[in-house]
Ligand binder design. Structure first.
Ligand code: 57M
Length: 361
């Protein structure tokens, strides 16, 4: 909004030219979102506690988790509120990509909200049925992918860039539509599965948004894109402002979600963060980079698939002590913070590997 209001005035007051710079606006979007989060955090957490949006133990988690009973959930509303406000303040509101990402972010947030509401207030332990949840996710992902195809008329929209290869780009044609939907829904659910220990989902999300935000900036810059030989996507750079807002909101949330957590993000946070992250990656043509930088989310999801598959194949044997894999390490005796911090370390290493793909071609 500030961009749309102030840049036209820069002819009269040259200092306002600073609002033209995406890097400036992305940095301040992060600062703004973080400040909003820190300010509203204690109030929202108190309200969630009063309204008893509390986590009830399901009774079959690692013993340690019983102590977490009563911790308010749905803290994702803090992330959603602060990131959306900050993005609306700092981004160019005429950029269609900003609206597509906000559409997925808010829609998945609403879906998660209803799920959390059913689990906590209505005391229906399983929340929304898996089928309804999947269909809702599908409808949003289909709409978002259709909008992306409408906006990106460069001829690159159906292409899949291969990191580490200079000239190898796979044109998936019609299959790209299904692929993009798979990435958006998969990422949303993967972040949700990861969100089982204090700080475990939010920090890898922040790391992913920093990395993807940088990729997005380079992708939307004609000269950098051509120098690095990555696909150039016109106007996509603006999404770094959204990524900046997510980084600030995520770090602000971590302030309260750090062990021992005062609040959990709930599905309202996990589904929306995962969906938005993937939508940014799809628009910027960095889907495989997302799989690298979001390797922790991929690993958590794979552990569940393998555990369930192995269980069925062997008629009841388990590959891990418990899936998703963070529970396996907890049951192996690692402390909660040890598991979390080690997963953060893996995320940072994976972000560096993702960044290296810019040069290793
Ligand atoms: C939600 N929810 C957390 C909190 C958070 C198919 C199967 C693998 C599905 C999976 C599942 O239900 N996953 C999705 C996981 C829960 O956290 C809430 O949920 C929100 C995220 N959606 O924001 O509101 C608990 O996690 C802990 N927590 C923290 N700190 C945080 O910052 O400590 C969360 C956030 C919270 C709190 O204790 O109550 C969760 O873990 O339930 N199911 C599972 O993950 C189950 N795994 C399982 O059954 N494995 C089987 C098979 C099916 C693969 C096996 O290994 O044999 C686990 N669920 C629970 N306990 N509750 C098993 C252990």
């Amino acid at each position: 909004m500030l961009y749309n209001l102030l840049v036209p005035l820069s002819d009269y007051l040259s200092i306002l030219n600073v609002f033209r710079y995406i890097t400036f606006r992305a940095a301040y979007a992060a600062v703004t979102a973080m400040i909003i989060t820190i300010i509203i955090g204690p109030y929202v957490i108190r309200k969630l506690r009063e309204m008893s949006f509390n986590m009830q133990s399901k009774g079959y988690e690692p013993e340690r988790h019983k102590t977490k009973e009563g911790t308010p959930t749905m803290g994702g509303v803090i992330i959603l509120g602060s990131a959306v406000c900050s993005c609306l303040l700092w981004a160019d509101l005429k950029n269609p990509y900003i609206w597509i990402v906000l559409f997925v972010f808010i829609s998945y947030g609403l879906l998660g909200f209803v799920d959390d509401y059913k689990k906590t207030i209505l005391k229906s332990p399983d929340g929304i049925s898996a089928k309804t949840k999947f269909i809702s996710q599908l409808v949003v992902a289909v709409a978002a992918t259709a909008m992306i195809m409408q906006v990106d008329l460069s001829g690159n929209a159906t292409k899949l860039a291969m990191p580490f290869f200079k000239h190898f780009v796979l044109d998936l044609s019609y299959f790209y539509f299904a692929f993009a939907i798979f990435v958006i829904i998969g990422s949303s659910n993967a972040v949700n599965l990861t969100d089982g220990l204090d700080g475990l989902a939010i920090m890898p999300s922040v790391i992913a948004f920093v990395t993807i935000g940088l990729f997005v900036y380079l992708t939307g810059h004609v000269k950098f894109a051509s120098y690095l030989q990555i696909i150039y996507v016109r106007n996509v750079g603006e999404l770094s402002v959204f990524c900046g807002a997510m980084v600030g909101a995520g770090l602000g949330f971590l302030w309260f979600n750090a062990h021992p957590a005062s609040v959990f993000m709930g599905d309202v946070g996990s589904l929306s963060i995962g969906g938005a992250l993937a939508t940014v990656a799809v628009i910027a043509k960095h889907e495989i980079v997302l799989a690298i930088v979001g390797g922790v989310f991929v690993m958590e999801t794979m552990s569940v698939i393998l555990q369930v598959g192995y269980f069925k194949m062997t008629g009841g044997k388990r590959l891990f002590r418990m899936a998703p894999i963070h529970h396996h390490f907890e049951l192996a005796g690692w402390s909660e913070t040890k598991v979390t911090v080690r997963f953060w370390i893996i995320s940072i290493i994976l972000a560096l590997v993702a960044l290296s793909t810019l040069k290793l071609r």
